[in-house]
Ligand binder design. Structure first.
Ligand SMILES: [Zn+2]
Length: 85
């Protein structure tokens, strides 16, 4: 009986040591925490500028929109419709 207990303790120790040594996606101490207001944005360094569509006014990442005649549009359809005052 005593051997079984020691064996279980040994397994637990191995389990905890392995988990401690593994570099995982665990977030400890909150140092890699995502800012609340930018939760849906890409990580720092990849932040794109949001530009308003000249037709509907929706803000779209610059790379996802279309630029034409000095105006920025959220989509090809709105580019064809043109800018609205
Ligand atoms: Zn638009």
């Amino acid at each position: 009986m005593r051997n079984i207990l020691l064996f279980v303790l040994f397994l637990l120790a191995v389990f905890y040591v392995r988990r401690a040594l593994q570099p995982g996606p665990r977030r400890e101490e909150g140092r890699d925490s995502v800012p609340e207001q930018g939760a849906s944005q890409p990580p720092a360094g990849e932040i794109e500028q949001m530009v308003a569509c000249a037709h509907c006014g929706v803000h779209v990442p610059e790379s996802e929109g279309v630029t034409s005649g000095g105006h920025f549009f959220c989509s090809e359809a709105h580019r064809r419709l043109g800018a609205r005052p």
